[in-house]
Design a protein around this ligand. Sequence first.
Ligand code: GLA
Length: 658
Amino acid sequence: MSSPRWLRRAGAPRLEFGADYNPDQWPRAVWDSDVRHMREAGVTIVSLAIFSWAKLEPAPGEYDFAWLDDAMDLLHANGISVDLATATASPPPWLTAAHPEILPVDRLGHIIWPGGRQQWRPTSPIFREHALRLVEAMATRYASHPALVAWHVSNELGCHNVYDYSDDAARAFREWLRDRYVTLDELNDAWGTAFWAQRYTAWDEVIPPRLAATHPNPGQQLDFKRFSSDALKDYLRAERAVLRSLTPEVPVTTNFMVMGETKGMDYADWATEVDFVSNDHYRLPGPQSLDELSFSANLTGNLAGGQPWFLMEHSTSAVNWQPVNKAKKAGELARDSLTHVAHGADAVCFFQWRQSKAGAEKYHSAMLPHAGADSDLFRSVAALGAQLASLADLAGTPRTRARAAIVFDWTSWWASELDSHPTDRLRYRQEALDWYTAFLNLGVRVDVVPPSAPLEEYDVLIAPILHVVPAELAKRLDAYVTAGGHLVTTYFSGIVDERDHVWLGGYPGALRDLLGIRIEEFAPLLDDETATLSNGTTGSLWTDRIDLADESVEVLAAYETGELAGHAAVTRRPVGDGSAAYVSTRLGPDGLAPVLGTLLERAGVGSELPSDLRGRVELAQRGDFRFVLNRTDEPIDITELGAAEPTLAARGVAVIRA
Ligand code: GLA
């Protein structure tokens, strides 16, 4: 990807710092103290008007911009830039009351009523007409406002409305399918409709995968996922077209949600649609919480092609939407933020500036908490602002590519977790995250990349559960290994093509010859079953009965117990200077570490960290800047790394400049 179009502003490059700002929730008198505290905290930018549609357009076509003019002027007068939302995220009650046909419908046919937010169908022509009219009014009004540095399209597109099963969706789905397949015969073939008498004889017979008597057609389900991601992408493009026509010099972004199990939007496909990539990320509880944060930041950085990106939202402390919402511990606010920076973020922003006193998010943390500026939280925020200001030289520096990569593929995520599979327990992203944790524990830098990345440039490629392998990708991986690359893949990989049709002749179909193995039947495990391997590790979830199909294949670990005793569990086929390895069971981070260690060693890829630091710190690199992130709750001696301060505080971060 070429360099992104970054914020439109004058002056030296800097790291941006700020938040969503919702002045419309507060009396005017509060705004002056807001900007005063923003300056104290070192805030440089805010996202404005995200949920302001009802206030900006109180009646159809009647606009009230006075308050927003005032807010824009006030921010500008205080040296704060604005990433201005198009304000279309949530339609006002007058619109949904007049046009209930814009409300989404779930797979059971239930209407998603107003009362929350984002209650609109991505494919509704009526919604689009009203939304684009507002976008046009916003762009016209603020085109030349000096505070405006970027456009923020909608908000978290697809957060609540990615899957809509309405009649609008059905119509748009049919059009999308006609584009993809051209003829009904092709569609019938792709969806395997010879099965269960599903053959379509007219396009109008095709519907979204609404509640069915039993497992809906998998081709229909997979295409509906593709379509739903594309429908929102199309909506993004529609807003973008209005913005570009009126303000061609202002870059356009929309906040992605590369985090946790948010999987409806294929962000690898969306990344080239925005002028710069933005992401929202919230920590999830659990033992891999910190690793998941790093994984998401890493993937976001690689979706941005290694170029700087914008962290649009994360939290200063607790969120409000988990069953139990824990406050962050001392040091976590800065470490979380700097983990994103370490992976390429040139902006650190939060939801939100001032903690709400009413509404559903009043217990969600913010930069300025209920307690006010005289609080540990606000002091930590201001300290972070100062630290980011001191790192201004870093701005614009791309991520430094690692030697190893984990391939992350939305299509495989979607397809591998469809129903009617050998197990419904498989979790695509969890397997990828487990490998990531294993890398962190070994102290080896790794990139998380979409298949469209320059895979050829990595010495080692890990492709966990690469379930969907079109013929072209199979060829590419073959060429990669033949050219000396080291490929590692896992259970349930190489199984189907892009239509979700099984590659015949034995598993793992498309990768069988490359791996030099053949599997006749899957052997998933029940929840209380495990498999003991000869290398001392324990598998769960899945096993395979592997037959070696090529005499050069080495068995790195074999099953020791049960039906599969004596059969290979982990294999590696040397191919010239390269190799193709297969891990047939779920080993989890601890079990993967020794296997990965061996595979990396064979590939000549090692840790850049002294052995006593491996696993305790994360190392990330952006050009001349090395980030050392303390993953533990203890201080760590990092003298060996040549940091200015020999001791890295508990949860601390050192930025070492070469
Ligand atoms: C999302 C939204 C914000 C807010 C936060 C709360 O990221 O974009 O408006 O609701 O979640 O965590």
